[in-house]
Design a protein around this ligand. Sequence first.
Ligand code: GAL
Length: 426
Amino acid sequence: MFSRALALFSLASVVLGQSASPSRLTGRLPALGWNTWNAYRCNINEAKVLGAANQFLSLGLKDAGYQYVNIDVGLLVEQDESRSGRIIPDPTKFPNGISGLADQIHALGLKIGIYSDAGTATCAGYPGSLGNETIDAATFSDWGIDYLKYDNCNVPANWTDSTSPPGGDWYNSNSALRYRQMGDALAAQPRPIQYELCIWGRANVWEWGARVGHSWRMSGDSKPTWSYITSIIKTNVAHLDYTNFWSHNDMDMMEIGVFPSSLSSAAPDRSLLGNGNLTVEEQRTHFAAWAFLKSPILLGTDLSKLNSTQLDIIKNKELLAFHQDPIIGTAATPFNATSSAPTTSPPEYYSGASSKGLHVFIINTGNATDTKTFTLSNVPGLGTSGTFKVHDMWTGKDFAGTYAASDDFSVSVEAHDTAAYLLKRV
Ligand code: GAL
C-alpha cells in the first residue's frame, strides 16, 4: 500500500513536470564496461558474471578504464504482473543474490549494472518495472547497484505513442513519461545509479534523454555486421549535438569478440547473433567510432576467448583517452577533408578536440584499400599557419616529417578500417 502511494506521488510529480534531474555523481563520461547479453543471452549466472569481473583484472581491462560489469535480462524468477513486493533474483543462477554478487564485484574495485524494463515484463518475459518504479529503484539501491539499463518491451497500449505528443514535445510523450518515472525513482535513492534508456531510438530520445538519464540507445540491437556499424554511425552522426558530459548517444553493445558457441546450433546465422563475425579492420572501426563518437563502450563477449589483436584494439590507450577525456565532453564531428572530397554516407572524415589537441579520424567505408587525404587547415580549429607532426593513435608513433597547415596528408587505409590521428603543433 505504502509503495503504491509513493508510486502515485511520483507519477503525479512527473505529470506536473517536476521531474528530478539525473544524478551528477555518475555518468559524466560514457560508460566503459561489459554486459552479459551478446555472449550469453538469458543463460547467465553468478560464475559467468564474476568470471568476467575477474578478467577485467587479469586482462588489464580494469587498468585500461573498464569499470561496469552489467547483468542483462534473465536474472529474475518469473513473478505475477500484479506483484506488490520486490523482484526476486533467480536463486539457482545467483545463489548469493544480486547483493552478494555486488559485494564481490565491488571488492574487485568494479561497479555492477542491472537490467529492467519500462513495461509490464521484460522482452524475455521476466517482471518489468512499469508501475513498480519506486520499489524496484529502492531494491537496486539496497543491492548496491551502480547502473541500470532500462528496456522498452511489453508496454501497455495506453503507454505507447502512436502520434506526436501534445505540443510536439517528446519530453511529454508517454514513452518519456515511462522513463521519467524510473528516473525520478532512481534520483530519490541514496545511491547514485547511472541510467541507460534502452529505448531503441524511439520518441526522439536524444532531445530529452539528458534530462532523464545519462545515455540512450539510438537504435534496435547491434549486430556483428558491417551494415550495422555503418548504419548506426549514420544515425548517430545526425544527432551529435546532443553528446557531451552526462549526455551520451548509445550505439549499443560491442560485437568485438568470439562467436558464442553455445548459440551456434540454435541459430546458425552468425550475422544475427552477437560477436565473431567482423574482420579485424571492421572491429577497429567499431571500437574507434564508438570511442570518437563518445558512445558507451560495453563489451559483449566471453572475455576469456579474446585474442591478442582484439585485446589490443579494446585496450588502445589513446582512443580510450579521447573517449574518457576529462576536459572535453563533445564527440568528433564530420568535416570536409579537402575542397574536392566526395560526400559519403556515413561520412568518412571526422575531427574533434581532446585535452591533448586536435584529432582526425578517417573511416574507409569502401570495399577496397584506398588513399585518403585531408588538408590540415580544413580541420576545424587548426587555423591556417604553423607546422605539425601527425601522430598515429593506433601505433603510438609519429609519422616522419612535418606538415604545414596548407599541406595535404595522405594515407592508405584498408577496406572498412579506421585511421586515428593526433595533430601535434611543433
Ligand atoms: C532488447 C535490448 C537488448 C537486450 C534484449 C534482452 O530489447 O535492446 O540490448 O537487452 O532486449 O531481451
